[in-house]
Design a protein around this ligand. Structure first.
Ligand SMILES: [Zn+2]
Length: 175
């Protein structure tokens, strides 16, 4: 059996050896001329439904102020999150009960819910909307260099002796 750098054992786990990953385009998610209540977050999951209250009910944000008038601190809170852990009260439309929900900034929440997960089961329209906010870029874990290039082909025993190969280093421990 011949091993190559493309073998799964040697590839970058973050991008599965493709050298690329999906990155969030931070500029496309906000309409700075609008306030939060007017729909300044340009993503349907965050501008309608219960999640919208994470921002509109947030005591650190003014939901009626256009984003372009936000202070640096408000921008920071909106985009990345609050300095200290914060819970936001969200009232259920069905039961009227108020739940305290952990606050999360738009960008980490988007990454966690839609980039770090398999989105193939979501509705097609939503998948397209998600993809409109991301772009393909080099993998930040391996710098886009750990994919594709075959640096060695041969037997496992010879591969172990080949210093450039991560697969070889991995095999050394398992043989
Ligand atoms: Zn990678």
């Amino acid at each position: 059996m011949a091993y190559s750098f493309n073998h799964p054992l040697g590839m970058c786990p973050a991008c599965t050896g493709l050298g690329e990953q999906l990155n969030l385009r931070e500029d496309t998610l906000f309409d700075e001329s609008k306030s939060l209540r007017e729909g300044a977050i340009l993503f349907c999951q965050f501008s309608s439904g219960w999640q919208t209250h994470l921002w509109q009910n947030n005591p650190l944000l003014d939901a009626d102020k256009p984003l372009r008038d936000f202070t640096d601190k408000e921008w920071q809170t909106l985009r990345y999150g609050s300095e200290k852990p914060l819970k936001v009260g969200i009232r259920s439309n069905n039961t009227g009960r108020v739940d305290m929900v952990d606050y999360e900034g738009v960008l980490p929440r988007f990454r966690r819910l839609y980039l770090s997960r398999d989105i193939s089961k979501l509705k097609r329209g939503l998948q397209e909307e998600i993809l409109s906010h991301v772009e393909q870029g080099p993998c930040t874990a391996c710098g886009g260099t750990a994919g594709g290039e075959v640096v060695f082909e041969g037997t496992p025993a010879r591969l172990i002796a080949f210093p450039e190969s991560k697969t070889g280093r991995y095999l050394k421990d398992s043989l």
